[in-house]
Each structure stands twice: as C-alpha cells, then as structure tokens.
Design a protein around this ligand. Structure first.
Ligand SMILES: Nc1ncnc2c1ncn2[C@@H]1O[C@H](COP(=O)(O)OP(=O)(O)O)[C@@H](O)[C@H]1O
Ligand SMILES: [Mg+2]
Length: 251
C-alpha cells in the first residue's frame, strides 16, 4: 500500500485518435513539492483536468489517500481535498477580498448563510480568512474590492480561495500565466510560502522557478512520463536534455 496522497494507475486519455495521456503512473506524497514539465501540448493541463475531475479518463484509475475517486465529480473531489486555482471569473469582483474568502470558507462549513448564525462559528471563519491572507501577504488588501486589485493580486485571491477549501492537494497550472513580469514575483513568493503540509503539484514553464521550488520533477512528453526524479537527476538526464534542446522554442 502506497502512502501517496494522490496516485494514478495506468491513466489514459484519448481525444479521438490523439492519445494525450498514456499509461500515466504518477504519485504525489503528502507535503510534496512536485513539478510537471514538458513541451507545449504534452498533456500537462489534461492531466490536471483528469486529476480534478474536469475530464474523465479513457482508462485507468485515480486514488486519493487510497480511495478510488476515478468516477467522483469535480465538486466531490474538492470536498475530499483536491483544490486548484480557480479561473478569475469565479471571483466576486464587486466584493472585498475578505468577503470572497468568507464565502469560500462558509461554503466549506456547509452553506453560505450559516456563517451569519453562531457567533463562535463566525469568529472561526474570520480567523481562518485572516490567516490565509497573511500567508499570502494579502492582508493589506483585505478590505479592497477585488475589481480594484491588480491582475496579479486577483490571481492571489484565487489562490487564497483554493487554500480556504483546506486542501490536502493543491494543483497549480501555470499560476503566474498572464501576470505581467513586474508582478509575477508576488505569485511565486506566495507559492513558496504555501503551508508545508499541503501536497503541491505545479506546472510551470519557467525553469528557474521549477528548479527552485520542486523537490521532484516529472517530465511529460506526448502524453507519457519520460522521466521522473529529483531536480539534479532531471537536469542531467540526456533524454530530457534532448527534448528541451530539440524543442527549445516551446520551453
Ligand atoms: N478538449 C480537447 N479536445 C481535443 N484535443 C484537446 C483537448 N484539450 C487538449 N487537447 C489536445 O491535447 C494535447 C495536450 O493538451 P494540453 O493538455 O493542454 O497540453 P499542455 O498543457 O501540456 O500544453 C494538445 O495536442 C491539445 O491540442
Ligand atoms: Mg497547459
């Protein structure tokens, strides 16, 4: 029995004749700092979509803490502890940062109206929201209306909401994508400061970020895991080097 928090067994996904995931056996340990790298179109986002339940595999299985979740809905997986960053349009743009978080946390405690009932419960929600904002260095923006934040900070609010779901596993698919380079450091700093007990899987094209953050790296090429190991092993693997030299314009 593996002690992985998230594990796939021979996971396959085809889009018509195109095999985008081919016999993927992947595991994420508790508290992992794991990156998946690979050229554009390798199937990285598809894998995240399979793990979160956005897509159903053509074959194979997915386990969360040993439980088979292959047929579980996206919402159920969130309740079981798999979070990802949300698309920006799921934020309530007209509400403050803290109110966005209250709603996410209250939802988790069972129904958004419940937080207005027992006072003790409400305080717990407040404490947790503040703790998350502090972790992400967003506390100064707590009372700012989301619409008035920079794009980078809006992405941080998405990350805050993912944390508010109290995940065991957090999947980050290019968390700084689209954020201007003047601001991308705030996202990457936040990623570095995420709670240690959460297993994190990041997909990131910036190799400096990958090699600084990850303790383990998987290389996905044309839907298959070509190599997996510690950063030093990956950096010196001739097959991996060949892929990256051969497709340098995609990296
Ligand atoms: N819904 C879909 N229908 C058909 N093909 C898709 C779909 N989603 C992705 N693909 C194809 O699957 C391959 C992998 O895509 P993706 O997982 O987005 O790659 P990556 O995130 O590594 O760049 C690409 O060739 C892409 O065009
Ligand atoms: Mg992608």
């Amino acid at each position: 029995m593996s002690d992985a928090v998230l594990e796939t067994k021979n996971l396959n996904k085809n889009f018509g004749a195109l095999a985008v995931a081919q016999d993927i056996n992947f595991s994420l340990n508790p508290g992992a700092r794991h990156a998946i790298i690979g050229p554009n179109g390798a199937g990285k986002t598809t894998l995240v979509n399979l793990l979160t339940g956005v897509l159903r595999p053509s074959a194979g299985a997915i386990f969360l803490s040993g439980e088979d979740i292959t047929t579980m809905s996206e919402n159920e997986r969130v309740k079981h502890g798999i979070a990802r960053t949300f698309q920006i349009n799921t934020l309530f743009m007209g509400l403050t940062v803290i109110d966005n978080l209250y709603l996410a946390i209250a939802e988790r405690f069972g129904g958004a109206t419940e937080m207005f009932r027992p006072a003790g419960h409400h305080i717990k929600v407040q404490e947790q929201a503040l703790h998350i904002l502090t972790t992400l260095k967003l506390e100064e923006n707590s009372l700012t209306v989301v619409r008035e934040l920079s794009y980078g900070r809006q992405r941080l609010v998405e990350l805050a909401i993912a944390l508010a779901l109290d995940p065991k596993v957090l999947l980050l698919d290019e968390p700084a994508a689209g954020v201007p380079s003047t601001e991308s450091h705030i996202i990457l700093d936040a990623v570095d400061n995420l709670p240690e007990d959460i297993a994190i899987l990041i997909i990131e094209h910036d190799m400096d970020v990958v090699f600084r953050f990850a303790k383990r790296i998987s290389v996905l090429v044309r839907g298959s895991i070509m190599a997996e190991g510690e950063p030093e092993e990956i950096a010196t693997n001739p097959e991996v080097q060949a892929v990256y030299l051969g497709e340098a314009d995609h990296v």
